[in-house]
Design a protein around this ligand. Structure first.
Ligand SMILES: *Cc1c(COP(=O)(O)O)cnc(C)c1O
Length: 243
């Protein structure tokens, strides 16, 4: 229902504000991205009428299906799911940023297509900071060499790092995977790679957004707390079945 979404949005903004307050951060440093997988376009539209500006989808199919409604709204669409190389061309029709860049072959394919289209693309590098097999992302130790490699693909504008933290009922078990992303960013800064001075951290979801903000997140990606549960009983955080 419309009222639910509006109400939930306000709650999420309150949570973000409170978390920023606690860690002495400015609310304007933390963007809210709506994670809209499985959410029908009409429900997403309600959120954008409530002045949200940013959303992320996980599947090309959903981007395509919702496009007729969403293309007319003033929304920035990101891709946040695992991206198969053969879907690059289609996904690029709908998004201005890919947050799940996790391998060289994908960087190469993106660059090839972007050159053809004579455009650039914002990217976040996905890092597997929880070391779980169920998740995609570069191993933390490989991030710097990966960045050095993809610098040659000038169409890719590296905007930051993205992770899906370890989800657990215990807060302190979740924190290390979030903190690690910030530490990797610090290492990148120390490596003084040209042009990389303002990298954003995309981390924090319904369950861990407060912790993520405490650990330096610049973008929380929230689905469930806004749109409700997606489905019951299915393991969502196996990214391997998300495709
Ligand atoms: C679904 C999803 C989210 C949001 O998760 P919720 O727990 O529903 O808030 C964030 N990031 C990614 C990559 C997702 O796929």
């Amino acid at each position: 229902m419309k009222e639910d979404i509006i109400f939930n949005l306000k709650e999420v903004h309150d949570r973000i504000e409170k978390a920023c307050g606690i860690s002495g951060r400015n609310v304007t440093d933390v963007q809210l991205l709506l994670a809209t997988k499985t959410v029908p376009a009409e429900r997403i539209q309600i959120a954008f009428e409530a002045e949200e500006t940013l959303m992320g989808e996980n599947k090309m199919q959903e981007l395509r299906d919702k496009d007729s409604v969403l293309r007319n709204l003033n929304i920035e669409r990101h891709f946040i799911g695992h991206l198969q190389t053969n879907k690059v061309k289609d996904v690029l029709k709908y998004v201005t940023c890919i947050q799940s860049l996790d391998r060289l072959s994908l960087a190469e394919e993106l660059h090839k297509q972007l050159l053809k289209e004579n455009r650039t693309l914002d990217v976040f590098i996905q890092v597997n900071t929880s070391f779980e097999e169920s998740k995609f992302g570069l191993a933390p130790a490989d991030v710097i060499s990966f960045i050095r490699e993809i610098k040659k693909y000038e169409s890719l504008k590296i905007k930051g790092l993205m992770t899906i933290g370890l989800l657990d009922v215990e807060k302190e078990k979740m924190r290390p995977s979030l903190r690690l992303l910030r530490e990797i960013r610090d290492e990148i800064y120390e490596a003084k790679i040209e042009g990389l001075t303002n990298l954003k951290l995309s981390m924090g979801m319904s369950q861990d957004l407060e912790l993520a903000i405490a650990e330096g997140s610049n973008m929380v990606r929230v689905g469930t707390s806004i749109f409700g549960n997606r489905f019951l009983g299915k393991e969502i955080w196996n990214e391997n079945i998300a495709e």
